[in-house]
Design a protein around this ligand. Structure first.
Ligand code: HEC
Length: 183
């Protein structure tokens, strides 16, 4: 047979061998691994000491990326956070731009474009303090970070929406707003 005929047969009939019904599971080589006897997350479990399938973390351990936060939403802890928490982020064009976009997404509605406490949600929300008020200017970075993390008074926590690094970037951005407004 001529080579072109062979080529025609290979190219033409080859794909037929690959036709596969996507709804068909195919051959199971190790069925025990495919159909493992897993327990449902909330089902009773005869193998664990407390008979629960979802086990609690071992005492004294911390899940990766879930360091416990040491401050509560109290005025005392707000002060303590200001003394103890250290801002170790770098301030540069890129991180400030990130801080600004996060601020404008989450804080502007109440605190306003320039941080004067005059955002579009006011007066539906109680008036937040101006970032350039005498008291606010004395707040260390840690206290502002803490307010975002656990909230303060009428303000709620933003820890679930804003990650730790972005919270510090917001703090840095608030500093630039304060500098703009201070006479
Ligand atoms: C829904 C409105 C609202 C939003 C959104 C909001 N705040 Fe506030 N914020 C307030 C109010 C109201 C207060 C005053 C709370 C009080 O004194 O009871 C406040 C207070 C604060 C304080 C002062 C805390 C202290 O220790 O005195 C800081 C800092 C602050 N906000 C930062 C932020 C930042 C940063 C964001 C964005 C991540 C944000 N806020 C988002 C309403 C808001």
């Amino acid at each position: 047979m001529k080579i072109s005929v062979w080529l025609f047969l290979i190219m033409g009939l080859g794909p037929l061998g690959c036709v596969h019904d996507p709804n068909e599971k195919g051959m199971e080589i190790l069925p025990d691994m495919i159909h493992s006897v897993a327990y449902e997350a909330y089902s009773e479990n005869p193998l664990t000491p407390d008979k629960k399938t979802m086990m609690l973390p071992v005492k004294g351990t911390v899940a990766r990326g879930h360091m416990p936060y040491m401050y509560l939403k109290t005025p005392e802890d707000a002060i303590r956070s200001g003394i103890e928490l250290v801002n170790s982020t770098q301030v540069n064009e890129k991180t400030l731009a990130r801080g600004q976009s996060q601020y404008e997404t989450y804080c502007l509605v109440c605190h306003g474009v320039t941080g004067q406490g005059d955002g579009p949600l006011i007066p539906k929300m109680p008036n937040p303090p101006s970032y350039t008020s005498k008291t606010f200017l004395t707040y260390p970075d840690g206290r502002i970070f803490n307010a975002i993390t656990v909230g303060f008074g009428d303000m709620e926590s933003y820890a679930n929406q804003i990650n730790e690094q972005d919270r510090w970037y917001i703090v840095n951005y608030i500093r630039t707003l304060q500098k703009k407004k201070v006479p």
